[in-house]
Design a protein around this ligand. Structure first.
Ligand SMILES: Cc1cc2nc3c(=O)[nH]c(=O)nc-3n(C[C@H](O)[C@H](O)[C@H](O)COP(=O)(O)OP(=O)(O)OC[C@H]3O[C@@H](n4cnc5c(N)ncnc54)[C@H](O)[C@@H]3O)c2cc1C
Length: 396
């Protein structure tokens, strides 16, 4: 029987294990932590958003074309496996979670299945070195494998075990690496007095990402204002492009629309109760502290009556309500990011995720140059790549 060694008992490593045919292969998992799925347990704030109703290719990103990687057939297969595992799911606005609302349900179910298949997991085993031999691979100079599966993840939340070691090892074996960068991450703006004051405010807003003065992407949702800049799912979803642009030393700005429901703020204010002071008026729409910041930035006194605002004042106010400008100087680091943009180039794997550089070596999950939007897409890719690789071997 051929010996398969999986490195990493995270989302992709475990999913590969529970789909591989153990009548055909002798399977072992090597995991550096003392438990499996440390990152999986943190996903979706511990609730694990593992899938999405809108599972389409536009939510996945890579330097390469993903058409041959993420097919409709593959997308259809994964929910079937969750059904077979009897994991009851719940759909919250298109986002799928286990019905228990607990990531541990997914992890425990995976582990139970893996144990039922008599797959061994060796914990506290840190793979530092892989050598290609004439008939397979030698791990840390002691463990032999005929077939190797690298499921070591990306670089985010390195305390969970995925610190980029796997990517480094693959690079030494001749694979190309697309620059890893933090993605689905908070954005840091230039230092401003008002950042301290607005820390903790949450507003329903639209954020628009400008790179070198060109509009690149718009996202709406709950925006979190922080003492370093901005956060929230809408920010995470523009952070990938921001991260790449910052790495390329381009000018990055985010314009915030605090009244996305209204196209003409001047008309809106004039039509409303113009006997109110402008602060009283704005307080009815947005947080009071934020209203004061917007008025300060517009050089307008809080107690001016709306009807007495000059055309110039109205123009400045509209600009700061609809296009509050933040110059972005950095992203938060890998310690805070949810996913890694970049990793092993897809040019180096075939559609079954086998390396083109090293025969019988498979690369799955976040170690590859594929990342998804917020909404279950990153776990979805971990599962899809793991399933496809295992199927390739089962059909061999
Ligand atoms: C806070 C947070 C929340 C997230 N929430 C979501 C969400 O709700 N939905 C979603 O789709 N995605 C989410 N993600 C992203 C998702 O968790 C990852 O994309 C996914 O876990 C990647 O799976 P993976 O198997 O490739 O890597 P991982 O899950 O990181 O697993 C890699 C495993 O390999 C082990 N390992 C690494 N190197 C070695 C080595 N050298 N030797 C031995 N073992 C090694 C690690 O210890 C780890 O157990 C979130 C991420 C974070 C950080």
């Amino acid at each position: 029987m051929k010996k398969v060694v999986i490195i990493g008992a995270g989302a992709s490593g475990m999913f590969f294990a529970l789909n591989i045919n153990t009548d055909k292969y002798d399977v072992t998992i090597l995991e550096k932590n003392k438990i499996a799925g440390k990152k999986l347990l943190m996903t979706g704030n511990g609730k694990c958003n593992f899938w999405n109703e809108d599972m389409t290719i536009k939510h996945f990103h890579s330097n390469e074309n993903l058409d041959s990687i993420i097919s409709d057939d593959l997308i259809r297969e994964i929910p079937k496996i969750f059904d077979k595992l009897s994991i009851e799911k719940k759909n919250k606005n298109g986002y799928y979670y286990p019905f228990t609302n607990k990531a541990s349900t997914i992890k425990d179910t995976f582990l139970e299945e893996i144990e039922n298949k008599n797959i061994k997991i060796r914990y506290n085993y840190d793979v530092l070195n892989i050598e290609k031999t004439s008939d397979g691979y030698l791990i840390n100079n002691e463990i032999k494998a005929d077939i190797l599966v690298i499921a070591t993840g990306g670089l985010t939340y390195p305390k969970t075990g995925s610190n980029g070691e796997g990517i480094n090892i693959l690079q030494k074996l001749g694979h190309d690496v697309i620059q890893p960068l933090p993605s689905l991450v908070q954005l840091i703006s230039t230092k401003k007095e008002y950042l301290k004051a607005w820390h903790g405010i949450r507003e329903d807003a639209k954020v628009s990402l400008y790179i070198n003065d060109k509009l690149i992407k718009e996202e709406s949702g709950e925006l979190q204002l922080t003492d370093y800049g901005i956060s929230g799912i809408c920010v995470f979803n523009i952070s990938r492009d921001a991260s790449i642009a910052l790495y390329e030393k381009k000018k990055v700005e985010v314009k915030i629309d605090f009244m996305p429901f209204c196209n003409d703020v001047v008309k809106y204010l004039k039509e409303k109760n113009t006997k109110l002071s402008i602060l009283s008026m704005l307080k009815r729409i947005i947080n009071e502290t934020l209203a004061k910041i917007i008025l300060d930035e517009s050089h307008i006194k809080y107690n001016v009556l709306v009807k007495n605002l000059s055309d110039n004042e109205l123009e400045r106010l509209e600009k700061n309500i609809k296009e509050f400008n933040l110059e972005i100087i950095n992203t938060k680091s890998f310690d805070n990011a949810q996913v890694t943009r970049g990793g092993i180039s897809l040019k180096d794997v075939n559609s079954k995720f086998e390396s083109k550089k090293c025969k019988n070596l498979y690369i799955i999950g976040e170690a590859l140059d594929v990342d998804g939007d917020c909404g279950g897409y990153n776990l979805a890719f971990a599962f899809m790549s793991a399933y496809k690789a295992s199927k390739g071997l089962n059909d061999d």
